[in-house]
Write a protein that binds this ligand. Structure first.
Ligand SMILES: Nc1ncnc2c1ncn2[C@@H]1O[C@H](COP(=O)(O)OP(=O)(O)OP(=O)(O)O)[C@@H](O)[C@H]1O
Length: 580
């Protein structure tokens, strides 16, 4: 468990000063607490001796108030420094985790659910903070107080030492024994939490589908199962903790009884003064806390270790697609060559692409047609290395895409994906997403080009209208046109439409494409579509079937030839004639 904390060593070093200050204040608090029974003892002995000197008692009481004040200042001080350090560490670790998540390849997100990641970034992070804050305090406090109280008891009340210290080995064994179980149970609780939050996250993201299929009740049932499971996992923890905690109290209670019996007798027989007795009782009461503190320490460190293990598992994930050590910057306007490209998804037995070869000259528009699942999206994801492009298969301006610095390669592309994602922000922010500080005129020009500007004018706050969870809901076609504007605004060397006009009607499609061809003159474009009405704007078209190119040519050439393209063109012409 402790090895998991290695991740935090650099942060502990950074905040070593804060921890040192915190422990200094903790030392002041503990020293003050340890000294108070000595003062009480001397006041009681003074009074019980019968020679009451009120000014002396008053002085000692004043001194006690002073020490109590020091203890209060000490408590503020350690909280300020140690909790402060643990909050700063939590912030840094969270930033590191989020930064790391952004570097991971899309395939990673196919393996792990968003809810699980959220649980690691929130619940687990909380336990790591607790371990680095209260966990350390309990550890220091437990060790310091235990050692000093034992020393004081052995030196000042040797006749009581055996009674007070006898149950210690038992308590230590108990605390260490349950520590191992606790770690396992905490891990199970965190996993239960991750599964529960994954379920809630998915249900809420897919709420429309859930309602459309009237699956509220069955979903609630699954949720209740997970909720119940989470409760059970927590209760297992509560049972173990609930057993251990009172056991320590019970052992402490027995020692108090023994102390009352033997200490009381000793006072009556004159072996101990009443002040000694009261002081011994105070130290015993104080000893209970470090004993429990040991339990707390184990509890919090185990919890923190289990959570840190879950965070470390993510931090250890390596991005599958990396930028080369000395990557070449910025692909220049040049041809895109795909040479004998075959690709099989990891874990799949069927290749998604087979021996695909083609060239798109700069300034050309390539059209891609293919049945669903024929490999179109896979092909365009391989061009900017959104998937791990095999070496020697994709070249831009004569250079293998694997030689380019990754971010410069990707920024030369503008991709309008099949499924549009809009952020919970304004329309203007969504359009300007790919460009820092885009001027308003550029945003409006991009909106004009995709024809979404007409709709925006009708929205209550125009470009400042909020979309997504906090604002209006857009139609599928409106979302697609926002995504088109977003890609156009970045003025990419290569623009890809992955079936990006599927949700707009044919007349809107036509006006978008006419404006688009004009705007993109001299730049390279790739249009994936199921519609021949889109593909006819392309200079060259390839037809994919089961991952292989089965036809290639211009619109006119393909129409004139027998094959899938001509079949689709005919079907769509008939459909248009029927609906006309
Ligand atoms: N992440 C993945 N892991 C494994 N197989 C995948 C993955 N993504 C796609 N595939 C498979 O690869 C093949 C090609 O998929 P792809 O998404 O490229 O098809 P497409 O032509 O774009 O289809 P559509 O027109 O329906 O979007 C399909 O058989 C699909 O099941």
């Amino acid at each position: 468990m402790l090895k998991e904390f290695r991740t935090l060593l650099p942060y502990y070093k950074t905040y070593a000063g804060r921890y040192a200050m915190g422990f200094l204040f903790l030392f002041i608090t503990d020293a003050g607490q340890l000294y108070l029974p000595q003062l009480i003892r001397s006041v009681i002995d003074h009074i019980s001796a019968g020679n009451v000197d009120l000014s002396l008692v008053g002085m000692k009481v004043l001194f006690m108030v002073g020490i109590a004040f020091l203890v209060a200042v000490g408590r503020f001080g350690w909280r300020y420094y140690i909790h402060g350090a643990s909050r700063k560490i939590e912030k840094r670790l969270r930033a590191r985790l989020f930064g790391h998540l952004l570097t991971l390849s899309p395939s990673f997100y196919g393996r792990i659910s968003t809810g699980d990641l959220m649980a690691r970034a929130t619940g687990d992070m909380h336990h790591v903070r607790m371990a680095s804050g209260m966990g350390f305090v309990a550890l220091f406090d437990g060790l310091f107080m235990t050692l000093f109280i034992i020393a004081i008891i052995v030196f000042q009340f040797p006749q009581l030492a055996l009674i007070v210290l006898a149950p210690f080995p038992l308590i230590t064994l108990q605390v260490l024994g349950i520590g191992r179980f606790l770690g396992r149970l905490f891990k199970a609780v965190q996993e239960g939490y991750a599964s529960l939050s994954s379920h809630v996250q998915e249900a809420l993201s897919g709420i429309l589908v859930l309602k459309a299929f009237v699956r509220e009740d069955s979903n609630l049932k699954v949720f209740s199962g997970k909720n119940e499971d989470y409760k059970h996992r927590n209760l297992a923890l509560v049972r173990l903790w609930g057993f251990a905690f009172p056991m320590i109290h019970f052992l402490g209670g027995i020692v108090t009884l023994l102390l009352l019996r033997f200490g009381g007798m000793s006072v009556l027989e004159g072996g101990m003064s009443p002040g000694d007795f009261v002081a011994a009782m105070s130290y015993l009461a104080m000893l209970i806390w470090p004993m429990l503190g040991m339990g707390f320490t184990v509890n919090m460190l185990e919890r923190g270790g289990a959570s840190l293990a879950r965070i470390n598992a993510i931090l250890r994930e390596e991005p599958e697609i990396r930028s080369p050590e000395e990557g070449v910057c910025c692909p220049q306007a040049g041809p895109i060559e795909v040479r004998d490209l075959s690709f099989t998804y990891p874990g799949s037995r069927v290749p998604a692409l087979r021996n695909v070869s083609f060239t798109v000259r700069p300034g050309q528009t390539l059209g891609i047609l293919g049945r669903t699942g024929s490999g179109k999206s896979t092909l365009i994801r391989l061009l900017p290395r959104l998937l791990d492009t095999p070496p020697g298969t994709v070249f831009i301006s004569g250079r293998d895409v694997r030689e380019y610095e990754l971010s410069s390669l990707r920024s030369s592309f503008g991709i309008v994906p099949q499924e549009t994602f809009l952020f919970s922000s304004t329309l203007s922010d969504n359009i300007a997403f790919g460009v820092d500080d885009a001027p308003r005129e550029a945003v409006e020009a991009a909106a004009e080009a995709s024809t979404i500007s007409r709709d925006i004018r009708l929205f209550p706050h125009g470009y400042e209208t909020e979309v997504g969870e906090r604002g209006i809901t857009l139609s599928g076609g409106q979302k697609q046109r926002i995504a088109i504007s977003r890609a156009l605004l970045t003025k990419p060397e290569i623009l890809v439409f992955d079936d990006a006009l599927a949700s707009v009607d044919t007349s809107t499609e036509e006006s978008i494409l006419e404006g688009f061809i004009d705007l993109r003159r001299g730049k390279t474009n790739i249009l994936i579509s199921h519609r021949v009405s889109t593909l006819k704007f392309a200079d060259h078209i390839i037809v994919l079937e089961e991952g292989a190119i089965v036809q290639a040519g211009t619109h006119e050439e393909l129409i004139a030839r027998e094959g899938f393209y001509a079949e689709i063109a005919n079907l769509q012409r008939l459909e248009e004639e029927e609906s006309a």
